[in-house]
Structures are given as C-alpha cells and as structure tokens.
Ligand binder design. Structure first.
Ligand code: NAP
Ligand code: G4F
Length: 356
C-alpha cells in the first residue's frame, strides 16, 4: 500500500448515489484514478456524476463499469481488472421505509452484496493490497440504548435495512480479523445535500418548498414528523470516508454532528428561510409514510473520529437547510435567496465539488 496518492486507484460501488458522486469528486481532486460500478437501468442513472465524465480535461480519471451487488461474478471480474488500492462500498438499497416493502432484495444487496465484495478481495488474493470501506449506518442503533451513540453503543436495529446493514457491519469486522483485510466501518449518521435522493425527508421538504413557490404543488405529504435525526452535510462526510481508510489500522468510526433535531424543526427552519411563513398550512400527514417500526431518535458522538483525524463538521442544520433550498430554487428557476451559497463560499474556500 505504498503507492503515492497520485497513482492510487479507487473503486466506488454506488458511485451514482449522493455519497458516491461526492466521493468521486473528492478522490479525483486528490489525484486518484476513480472506477465506479453502475447498475444497468432503462433510463440514465448517472446524472450526479455527469459533470465528471463530461469533463474532457480529466479523460483518464473516471472509469465506469456495469455491475450489480447481486452479481458476484461481475464484481469479481471488475475487482480483478481494476485491482483497486481502496474500495468504497456504498451501493445499497438505502431507503429505510422501502426496506419493509422489499426486505429480501434489501438483504441480498446490502448484506450479501457486502459479503460478495469482501469474498472477491479474498478470492483474488488482494488482502494485503486493497483496503475496504463499508458504508455502515446510525440506523444500526435503532431503538437506542443510550444518548448520544458512539462506537460502543449496542445495536438494536429496527428495519430490514438496518438488519441487512448489521450483517454487513459484522462481516466487515470478521474479514478484518479472520483474513487481515484492511476493512473499516464508517458509522455515518444522516447526511444530506442538494444531491440527496428526492424521497428522503430532507430533500422531500426542500423540493416540496421549491415546487410550492413555483406554483406546481400546494402541499407536502409527510409521515412521522416527531422523529429526530442528527443531520450533517454529505461532502464533509465523504471526506471522512477517505480519512478512515488513511488510518494506520482498520477500525470503526462514528461520524455525526452531535446535534439532533426533529423533522418538525427541519420544517420550521426551511419554511422560514423560504419566506413561506407557517409550515403547518402546507404540510399534511399521510400514514403511508410511517414505518411499522420507527427509529425515534439518533444523535451521535464522534469524539473518536475527532481525535483520530480531526473530524469537526462545519455545517449544522440551519446552514444545511439554506444550502439545500438555494440549490432547489436554482433547479426550479426561482430567484435564489443566496445565504446557502454564501455559507458554502465562506466555509469551503477550497471546495472540491461544483455548486449544485
Ligand atoms: P443513495 O443515494 O441511495 O445511493 C445508493 C447507490 O447504490 C446508488 O448509486 C444506487 O444506484 C446503488 N445501488 C443500489 N442498489 C444497487 C445494487 N443492487 N447494485 C449496484 N448498485 C446499487 O445512498 P447514499 O445516501 O449515497 O448512501 C451511500 C451509502 O451509505 C449507502 O450504502 C447507505 O445505505 C449508506 N448510508 C447513508 C447515509 C445517509 O444519510 N446518506 C447514512 C449512513 C449510511 P442507482 O443510482 O442506480 O439507484
Ligand atoms: O430521510 P429519511 O428517510 O432517513 P432515515 O430513515 O433516517 O435513513 C437515512 O439515514 C440513515 C442513517 O441514519 C441511512 F442509513 C439511510 O440509508 C438513509 O439515508 O427519514 C428520516 C426521518 C424518519 O424518522 C422518517 O420516519 O424522517 C421521518 N419522515 C417523516 N416523514 C419521513 C417522512 N421520511 C421519509 N423518507 N419520507 C417522509 O415523508
């Protein structure tokens, strides 16, 4: 693992998702050659990375391969051809509510998919040369045993998604101990951005507000708005994925802001910033968005990450909401309020991702 940063190769599963796309931006800015696994869809699913493969100044920086977490032979073939220094395993059916509808598929892609990646490293004899990052999640804490949650807090998962991710967490640790693979878990708390999937609550709210402003919708339909989450900013969190793989030894780290807010508080901040006034006149509760078993509160303690690699998030919820609303107003051709753009300019003078 003594190659220099300039010559390193990274393989990202889930490169077309929120995190995968920011991670590709970040690693390319660090001089990596980035390979990404894309699943075949009947429509284009590469919108979040289009700016990268359309950048003809970087023709040898990004390579895409078709593959699927359910297809071991292709995964082995890709890993064998690329022989990456670092694998960031982010691909997953990542929607908690949906995992109750498609539990078997979720287990196959999120749990066994992770096993397939680790087995590929082992079968190809890459234990000593390929590091592995597993996208673990604060959903593991489920019905939380303590507040805040850290690396020692027991897991009490509450959804098929979290239970699939529980397997993935432990198989990552097991392959570290059994086969000396440099395999680490990042236990990331919720992180959002203008690239967040549109069915997650943060983006559903910011897009909903933009659509109301644009006269396209009158209401936003939501589920349990009492739930509390520890919401951070995705670009800062993907940087910590890279830091986790640059540690001397493989290990597991919580990444969070340490602050929890309810969905209601998110609504309040977002509607106030957008200048729409009282959110209650625009929000309807719809039972279809409730989960059979809910995670009421997530709040992380990332002291370990702070001590190991200086993790200190710059963006808290109030800023995050402004950044997301500015971006969604831009998307809907509405006059941009601008505070979010200013926060990005001030807090990230050396921003490595394009403004969304
Ligand atoms: P995301 O936006 O939903 O992206 C998921 C990615 O996985 C997409 O590229 C998706 O492809 C791909 N994918 C899904 N099923 C696949 C399959 N069977 N084979 C190949 N690729 C597949 O998720 P994210 O927010 O970026 O999160 C990245 C990872 O971190 C996920 O594993 C998630 O569970 C985990 N995580 C996320 C958070 C968070 O708050 N965002 C927190 C903790 C952990 P398509 O683009 O084709 O759909
Ligand atoms: O935005 P959410 O769907 O995110 P959730 O369930 O916390 O999961 C996300 O974060 C996890 C990390 O903790 C990741 F592992 C996972 O992959 C994903 O990225 O929901 C947040 C909260 C929940 O309590 C939910 O019940 O918002 C509540 N909520 C209320 N109304 C809603 C809605 N969630 C969604 N998606 N849609 C609603 O209408």
């Amino acid at each position: 693992m003594e190659t220099t940063t300039e010559t390193k190769k990274a393989l990202i599963t889930g490169i077309t998702g929120q995190d995968g796309s920011y991670l590709a931006d970040f690693l390319i800015s660090k001089g990596y050659q980035v390979h990404g696994i894309v699943r075949k869809a009947s429509n284009f699913n590469t919108q979040r990375i289009e700016h990268l493969f359309k950048d003809y100044n970087k023709p040898d920086k990004l390579f895409l391969h078709y593959g699927d977490m359910a297809d071991a032979t292709t995964l082995i073939d890709i890993i064998n051809k690329v022989k990456p220094d670092e694998i960031y395993h982010l691909a997953a059916q990542s929607h908690v509510r949906t995992s109750f509808d498609i539990p078997e598929y979720t287990a196959n892609s999120d749990a066994i998919g992770t096993l397939r990646m680790l087995e590929a490293i082992k079968l190809l004899g890459l234990q000593k040369t390929t590091k592995f990052y597993q996208a673990s999640t604060s959903e593991l804490y489920g019905k939380v045993a303590e507040i805040p949650q850290n690396e020692e807090t027991p897991f009490r998962p509450r959804s098929p998604y979290a239970i699939a991710k529980l397997y993935a967490y432990w198989i990552t640790k097991n392959y570290r101990e059994a086969y000396s693979i440099f395999s680490s878990n990042g236990i990331l708390f919720n992180h959002e951005s203008p690239r967040r999937g549109e069915s997650f609550v943060s983006r559903k709210i910011t897009i909903g507000i933009a659509r109301i402003k644009a006269g396209l919708d009158k209401k936003i339909y939501l589920g349990n708005i009492e739930a509390k989450r520890d919401w951070g900013f995705a670009p800062e969190y993907v940087e910590s994925m890279w830091r986790i793989l640059q540690q001397e030894k493989p290990d597991d780290f919580v990444v969070s802001t340490g602050q929890a807010y309810s969905v209601k508080e998110f609504l309040q901040l977002a509607f106030t910033y957008a200048g729409l006034g009282d959110w209650q006149q625009y929000v309807e509760i719809d039972l279809q968005y409730f989960r059979p078993t809910e995670v009421d509160l997530l709040q992380g303690n990332s002291s370990k990450a702070r001590n190991a690699f200086g993790f200190e998030p710059k963006i808290r919820l109030e800023d995050l909401v402004k950044i997301m609303i500015d971006a969604d107003f831009r998307k809907y051709n509405l006059p941009v309020i601008g505070a979010g753009d200013r926060i990005l300019a001030e807090k990230f003078p050396n921003r490595w991702w394009p403004i969304d």
